[in-house]
Design a protein. Sequence first.
Length: 433
Amino acid sequence: MVVGLSGIVWAVGMEAEFELRDTNYMEEVKGIKLYNPALINDRPVWIMGDLPQRLILEFDWLGEEVRIFEYSIHHCRGDWSALSPLSLSEYSSGFAYEEIEGYSFSFNTKVPYVHYSVEWTDQTVPWTKSGNYVLAVWDVTTGERKLCFTRRFFVVEPLVEVEAYKVLPRGRVPHHAYQAFELSIDLEEIELFSPLRYVYINVYQNMRWDMGIEGLRPLTERGTLLVYEGQRQIVFPGLKEYRRLDMRSMKWRSNELVRIAATDTGYVLVLRRQQPRYYQQSRGLPDRNGSFFFDNFDYRHEGFLRLEYAEVYFNLSAWRDSDYDVYVTGGYWGWSLLPEMKMQYDEGRNAYFLRTRLKQGYYDYGFVAVDRRTGARDVMRIDGSTDKTENAYFIFVYYSDPTQNYDRIIAAVRYDYWSGSMDLYEARVRIRR
């Protein structure tokens, strides 16, 4: 079963309600990224173990005013349905709120901004338990605590091995459109109480929160292996490769752009007219599995403070569907259906349009149709699906430890569906025994 995003929960002791997912609450805050630079495509995962780790948060405040920001870290249940019952002192060695002290001013950009960053290393890491976490950033400049944004991340204690292997989908799903795999978890090096009852997995296609299978328990125990096969195989629509936007240069147009215009107040970028790909057999051009990064081809030697912001025009040629709205989404937007990313239809040009502000860099993105009555997403309605798409599946193994009253993450792997690679990091992390 493919599940959607978790709902709103109350963060105990905080001054605001917030959702336990990647959500933005302030228009002035842009360029948000939480990442581990050692991970393939910079995913936000921290591995407890032998290798040095880094987790970095970066974001911008548009304007020249220096603001005061603080962050808080929240331990969550394995299914993201609520905060865990652990108190702050049980999962963190830090304070409830920590100030973000690192900031710099943009240099010679048309749109001025203040760049903020904080980095956690093995010496400064506050979290002491594995599991799901949400990082919340607050603006406290006026003395009133205002929520700016939230981002999910994972802390893993690598105690077990996971193996996955590709199979044909069971049931009546079309094989040409879906991808399926089975997997096993090896418990040989660890003793767990009642693993069939307390072990489960969450699987995310390309780390998409709206394309996840959560809380899936094993089918059976075979020796030291917990087995997911048969009726417990993992099945996803393959979808198509993501569309790409390369805006690393404001002087030279990439293949995706038809126009770059410079004004006194910024840049304007217009993308080529996009077409639905539902009936196209090809999966599309190679992509970065929905991720993004910031970069500047024009002034690379001047560093990250020279990155520009631009007004970007997205478009999609299609007949208007009165039952569905169309959104632009991707890793940069946390796979959320943000109101500002809802496209508007132009009857005269038979196309959907959207204008938004983006930081200079590279973005994978896609179009998602949303049922106006139910709010349900139809991820295949515009671009269709094929089993040939090169997807990566992120598998997190949880143990609901009955003696410690929280959901531990005891393994995390990145399974490349077509190559079979199981590497989460560029360099494999050693298993801690």
